[in-house]
Design a protein. Structure first.
Length: 273
């Protein structure tokens, strides 16, 4: 079942936050009509809109509310449209962004043959988890915080991307097969799903093509599921034998450019030595 962002406790909290947020307008963006002429403070008391409180505040600050609203109205949907589903069905890789309960982020890559990402319906998609390095960084984050961001990019033909944001859950392979008997089982060596990540779609929207580089498809033999260090890349970056941690030099924190109130800024958990 898809998650209604407007009814979730998280979104209700953000809605309350939006009503209290004010930011200092960017002097280079021109005077925003919503700003106080004396102080330059922009009130962000808008109705419900797609996206986060932070992006709405910066749209007010940088004078891009109208452009953002056009994009929301024209491109952002709470489901996968037929053209989006067809696009997902031909993707051979997806970038997956997750974060743990503290907000510490991770971005990873998942790949497979075209169709490995399955569109179960207009509000649900799933991708398999193959055998990896055993760290389970993405799955670990999902177990703490189900919010994920997916980015799929066509680098070869149409030079376009698709964002899909939603809430993920981890499903054992057997349970996924029982719930979705129409999804074929990949029996290729190294591509047997150990489990599936099932995502309830909350947002889907285009990633524009203007900065997407064109790439050329080449013939390549992939070592699916291998544990051979050499075929996995080995010690490509020369990390083995170096200290896992090193003293960090003191550095000045960059000043905030958003001046968000209502507890928007917080310190992430301290790094453990």
């Amino acid at each position: 079942m898809a998650v209604d962002r407007r009814r979730s406790p998280h979104v209700r909290a953000l809605a309350a936050f939006r009503r209290t947020v004010s930011v200092t307008a960017d002097p280079d963006a021109g005077q925003d009509p919503r700003s106080d002429p004396a102080t330059g403070i922009v009130s962000c008391d808008e109705g419900w809109r797609p996206g986060s409180a932070g992006e709405h505040a910066l749209q007010c600050a940088f004078g891009s509310v109208d452009r953002a609203d056009r994009f929301y109205a024209d491109q952002v949907r709470d489901r996968l449209l037929p053209a989006m589903a067809a696009f997902v069905g031909r993707m051979e890789m997806v970038f997956v962004a997750t974060s743990d309960a503290h907000g510490e982020c991770d971005a990873s890559l998942r790949a497979g043959p075209a169709g490995f990402i399955r569109v179960l319906d207009e509000r649900t998609l799933a991708y398999p988890e193959y055998r990896g390095n055993g760290v389970h960084a993405s799955l670990g984050n999902i177990s703490e915080n189900g919010h994920v961001g997916l980015l799929m990019v066509d680098f070869v033909e149409d030079l376009i991307g698709l964002h899909v944001n939603g809430v993920a859950r981890i499903v054992p392979a057997a349970g996924f097969r029982d719930a979705n008997p129409d999804v074929p089982v990949d029996t290729s060596a190294g591509r047997r799903a150990e489990r599936w990540v099932v995502i309830d779609v909350e947002e889907a929207y285009v990633h524009c093509r203007k900065h997407i580089p064109r790439m050329e498809r080449v013939t390549q033999r992939l070592a699916w599921g291998t544990d051979d260090p050499g075929r996995k890349g080995g010690d490509y970056f020369g990390a083995r034998g170096t200290p896992p941690t090193a003293p960090r030099p003191a550095r000045r924190r960059f000043p905030s450019t958003t001046h968000l109130g209502a507890g928007a800024s917080r310190t992430l958990r301290p790094r453990t030595p």
